[in-house]
Design a protein around this ligand. Structure first.
Ligand code: ADP
Ligand code: ASP
Ligand code: MG
Length: 401
C-alpha cells in the first residue's frame, strides 16, 4: 500500500474514450490498495485553442487575464475524469490548483510553485478518495490564478509527489518513454530504460518536450522517483533517477529547440568593459541570454552574438537599439530563422571525439554551423531552422544507438 501520483497529458485525455481509458488506469492502481493522486492537463489542443481565442479579441492581453483563461482547460479535464471514475463506482474528488493548495509567485504565465498547502489533499486522501488535481495552475499571494508555463502539468505532478512523499510519480503520455530523439522526427530513435536526472534535465531544457524541464529539476532536488510511460500501451516506460547503471552509451539523446533567435551586436569597440556593458543592459531588460559568441577583435572592432528565446527577441532588439550609441555599436542584427540542435550524455566527459563526430555528420549533410556552445554533458549548435529535422536525423545516425 503506497501513494502514487499519476499525470496524464493532453493527448491522453483528448476525448471521452481516452478519459475512460485513464479512469481505468487510475482505478486499477487504486484497486491494488494504493492512494492515488492524479494530475491532468487540458484536453488535446485546448490550450492552443484558448490562446487563439484570446488573440482574436486582443493581440496583446495582460498575462493575468491569459492565466485566468488558460487555467479553464485543466478545470474541464478534472471534472470529466472525476465523472468517469464516479461511473466506475470509485470514490473521487476533483480539485483546482488553488483547492489543492498550489501557492506560486506572481510571475503570470510562467509562475513558480512556492509551496503546496497540503491540508485539503490529506483530508481527501484520509477519506480514501481518488484525488484529481488540475495541472499547470496555482494562485499567488493575491489569490489570483497563475499558470506554470507551457508543459507545466509535469511540474505540478512532481511537486505533489515531493510534498506528499509519494512512492512514485508516473508521467503518462502519448509515447512509451524517453527516446534517444523525438520518435516523431527520428523513426529509428531508441527507447531508454533509464536516464539520469542530469541528462534528462539537459534534454528537457534543450527542447525534448516529453518532460517539462522544471519537473526534472524538482524531481532531482527532492529525489522523486519518476517514470515516463504510455497511456496507450501497458508496458514499462523510462525511469528517471539519480544514478544509472554504467553502460557504453556515449550520448543519451539528440534534441532540438526551435524557440530561439540570434541577435548580433556588430562593430563594438574592442576594449575592456564592453561585454560587461552589453550584458548589464540585457540583464536590466530581463533578457534571458543563452549562447554567447564573441568574434576576435580586428581593427579595434569586435562583434558579439547571442541567442534568446523567440518570445524575447523583440525586447532584446529594442533594448540593444536603445543603447546602441552608448555601446558605440555599429548595428544590431536579428536572425530568427534558426534552431538549436543538441546532443546530451554524461559519457562525453571521458570520451574525446564526440564533438568531431557531431560536426562531421552536419558537414556531410551540408549543414552550416552558426554558433556552438558546450558544457560537460552537452554540445549545442545553432543552424538554419529548415535544416533542423535533417540535422537531428543525421546526428542520431552518426552515433549508432
Ligand atoms: P503530454 O501532452 O502528454 O504532456 P507532450 O506533447 O508534452 O505530451 O510530450 C510528449 C511528446 O514529446 C511526444 O509525443 C514526442 O513527440 C515528444 N518528444 C520530444 N523529444 C522526445 C524524446 N526524446 N523522447 C520521447 N518523446 C519526445
Ligand atoms: N495545458 C498546458 C499546456 O499545454 C499544460 C500542460 O499540458 O502541461 O502547456
Ligand atoms: Mg507535456
Amino acid at each position: 500500500m503506497g501513494l502514487v501520483v499519476q499525470k496524464f497529458g493532453g493527448t491522453s485525455v483528448k476525448d471521452a474514450e481516452r478519459i475512460k481509458n485513464v479512469a481505468k488506469i487510475v482505478t486499477d492502481t487504486y484497486a491494488k490498495g494504493n492512494n492515488v493522486v492524479v494530475v491532468v492537463s487540458a484536453q488535446g489542443d485546448t490550450t492552443d485553442d484558448l490562446i487563439e481565442k484570446a488573440a482574436e479579441i486582443n493581440p496583446n492581453p495582460s498575462k493575468r487575464e491569459m492565466d485566468v483563461l488558460l487555467s479553464t482547460g485543466e478545470q474541464i479535464s478534472i471534472s470529466l475524469l472525476a465523472m468517469a471514475i464516479e461511473k466506475l463506482g470509485y470514490p473521487v474528488v476533483s480539485l483546482t490548483g488553488w483547492q489543492a493548495g498550489f501557492m506560486t509567485n506572481s510571475n503570470y504565465s510562467n509562475a513558480r510553485i512556492r509551496k503546496i498547502e497540503s491540508e485539503r489533499l490529506h483530508i481527501e486522501l484520509d477519506k480514501k478518495n481518488i484525488v484529481i488535481v488540475a495541472g499547470f495552475q496555482g494562485i499567488n499571494r493575491y489569490d489570483d490564478i497563475t499558470t506554470l508555463g507551457r508543459g507545466g502539468s509535469d511540474t505540478s505532478a512532481v511537486a505533489l509527489a515531493a510534498t506528499l512523499h509519494a512512492d512514485i510519480c508516473q508521467i503518462y503520455t502519448d509515447v512509451d518513454g524517453v527516446y534517444t530523439a523525438d520518435p516523431r522526427i527520428v523513426p529509428n530513435a531508441v527507447k531508454l530504460d533509464e536516464i539520469s536526472y542530469d541528462e534528462m534535465l539537459e534534454l528537457a531544457s534543450l527542447g525534448a518536450q516529453v518532460l517539462h524541464n522544471r519537473s526534472v529539476e524538482m524531481a532531482k532536488k527532492y529525489n522523486v522517483k519518476l517514470e515516463v510511460l504510455s497511456s496507450y500501451e501497458n508496458k514499462p516506460g523510462t525511469e528517471v533517477k539519480e544514478v544509472i547503471k554504467v553502460e557504453k552509451m556515449l550520448i543519451k539523446g539528440v534534441a532540438k529547440d526551435d524557440d530561439v533567435a540570434r541577435v548580433a551586436i556588430v562593430g563594438l569597440p574592442d576594449r575592456p568593459g564592453v561585454a560587461f556593458q552589453v550584458f548589464s543592459q540585457l540583464a536590466k531588460a530581463k533578457i534571458n541570454v543563452d549562447i554567447i559568441l564573441q568574434s576576435i577583435g580586428r581593427d579595434g572592432k569586435k562583434d558579439i552574438s547571442i541567442t534568446v528565446p523567440t518570445s524575447q527577441k523583440d525586447s532584446a532588439i529594442e533594448c540593444l537599439n536603445e543603447c546602441k550609441d552608448l555601446l558605440n555599436a555599429e548595428k544590431i542584427e536579428l536572425d530568427d530563422n534558426v534552431s538549436k540542435v543538441s546532443i546530451v550524455g554524461a559519457g562525453m566527459q571521458s570520451n574525446p571525439g564526440v564533438a568531431a563526430k557531431m560536426f562531421e555528420a552536419l558537414f556531410e549533410a551540408d549543414i552550416n554551423i552558426k554558433m556552438i556552445s558546450t558544457s560537460e554533458i552537452k554540445i549545442s549548435v545553432l543552424i538554419d531552422k529548415d535544416k533542423s529535422k535533417k540535422a537531428i536525423s543525421v546526428i542520431h545516425d552518426a552515433f549508432e544507438f
